[in-house]
Design a protein. Sequence first.
Length: 767
Amino acid sequence: MSADVRGAARSCGRLPPRLLLPFALTPAALRVPQVITAKTHMVKRQDSKGNVVMREEPVWNWAVANITLLAVGSSSPEILLSLVDTIITLNQPAGQIGASTIVGSAAFNLFIIAAVCMVSLPTGTFRKIEHFKVFIWTTSWSLWAYLWLWIVYKQVSPNVIEMWEAWVTLAFMPVFVWTTYMVDTRGWNWFARHKNSIVSPDETHPDEEEGAEATDKFKLSHSPSQVNKHSILYYRTMVLQNMGGIGHAPRLSSDPTRPLHDGRAMSGRPVDTAITLADIDAMGRDVTKVLLKSPEISVLESVGEARITVLRMHGNIKDTIKVGYTTKDETAVAGLDYVAAEGELVFGPGEESKEIAVKIMDDDMSEPDVVFSVLLTAAIGENGGEVKLLRRVTTVTIVDDDDGGVVMFELPTQEAGIQDRWAEVVVVRRHGADGAVSIDYATKDGSALSGKHFSESHGRLEFDAGQVRKVIQVPLLPVAADPTMVVASPAFRMVLTNPMGGVVLGTRKECRVVLVQGSASNRGAGGGAGSATGDDDEFSLWPAWQDQFKDAVLPEYDEAEGDLWMTIILHYISITYKVIAACIPPADWMDGYPCFAMALILLGLLMAIVKEVAEMFGCSMGLSDVMTGMSIVALGTSLPDTFASRLACLNDDNADAAIGNIMGSNTCNVFLGLGIPWVIAASYYEARDSVYFSEAGALGFSLMIYFILSIGGIGALLFRRYTSSGELGAEKKSTAWFLGAFQLGLWLLFLLVSGLNDYGHISSVGL
């Protein structure tokens, strides 16, 4: 056998560990930043009338969160690989895997992700960046970051990283964060007096009129819950869950025009619709609680006004309390579908309930159902007593009553606890509620079997005129624990058929019911026993941790959704990483910070292994460390983000999550991924009266090539923005493929020219 054949065989033998890399990037580490950034707090603001009101706002500004926690979450492999590469090679020639991976990842993120998103959208569908000023600013910083690397490597002190260069590189990060925050909150006029007031939706980003409508931008940037908007981490987490055969992942919409929604808030906890009287009693009866009676209501378009009930519970019933409220557009528009309302409810002594009245505007047109929200903004006791807001948001659906409507399941997937007596499945009637209609329903076996896990159920569901919601109750049977059971969470399906009375059967005609341990009403996100409020003293740590190990060891399978053997193969390929990830504290504990720290530590240890495997693989293939990092390793670390961006492109109504965050992530890679290792190494060598030698080699040339080509890639996106309806999408499929091929060509050209220079076939011509 020749040496070349033996080398190729060894390379193939070392390839499986590289293929396992996506499973190692555990979803737990990615979900924590979402938990942290979803936190809100109450602040004093002035409304349009000059009155001081309390508002619930995110603790984290969305732009700051994107370029710090979320960027670190999605870019942690590159950052930690660079850090590990530097630390391991102290007192040795500086490693090049880490730095070259950061450069290669930047090229892959910009060119390949843009290409994939471009060709993934259906013909005539477009996605546009809404926060355009922030995108332009982060893009400028990204270009400067890689130009700065070239200056450091090739101009100021070639092949030496001086102490001041290391600290300046790291110091660019807080400057980047602060200036991005200023651009987001004040536009280009940074030093104008910042008014401490609540701006109207139309004034939130007045410079971005070429983006989506102003109300949608306001909803994305300033919504307290941000339930229906997802970060790139959300999609990356789902990609890794699906690749690893992990259950409980939200099912993706096949309709690219419909936003993805899994019934959970961005934090991963169930929204507070699940709060019960037992939960409220467990908080104690000394503190006054205020909450909206229902998490969601539906009203006919002809009802005149919607009345939303606010309840007062516990505490001193003789106190007077004031509760602020406001309405917020979702798909309904104030002035067209309803009359916006804002004000204050006053609960006098002994009063336990009040109603918020919102006028509904009627018309004679057949149109889709629309939604708006009613929010409680603050609750203040007249005597200074503590008042706790629980359920703060009610979703109001305005049902069009000029049509028979469409009947479907409310959710494609939902859970039921095996300790519960019933599995309750909600059927909704939308886009009209005129006349009495009916539809047949039936259960269908999956991995859960009738007669063993549940009682077979079938019948006819009848909706009266104007009725828009019905609940099907399926009896559950007691099931003894079976340690030999392969499937951790058996599931069955509910099916709707035979619509009668002029109603139409919707696309969501099947609902998958997953049977989970315990009671579904008491389960928190991720299997924990979290509560609606998420307070630490109401979170059960050990049950949540136990659930993590159960989910890691036992696969979940539904015969309607995939091949059993493929599910089992994927599960047991990734089971080692799942068990390791299960050792990480639950993300809902202490706001997720312990989970975040432990996940980064474990990921850093994993990156040490990845570094060695990558070097061996590159060596056996005859690749230099620079080309190994820029191609193979960068491909491995960026591939989950590619699939995640594609999902974001298909499921979101804008391009912010798909491509808008690329530049911020690339910038973070440089300032943190190289700034921190450089500071450590430069300090280490200075303490020994030496200097930190880091040979630029072909990396300096590759930096300038990337800088030049990135201008072309960014220019193509901007050209599409101003010549079509968005950066992504095209009127013709051929146009989309041409634009995708252009971005792909830039990436291949980057690798080709960099490789030719690295192997001495072309000179760097002074670059």
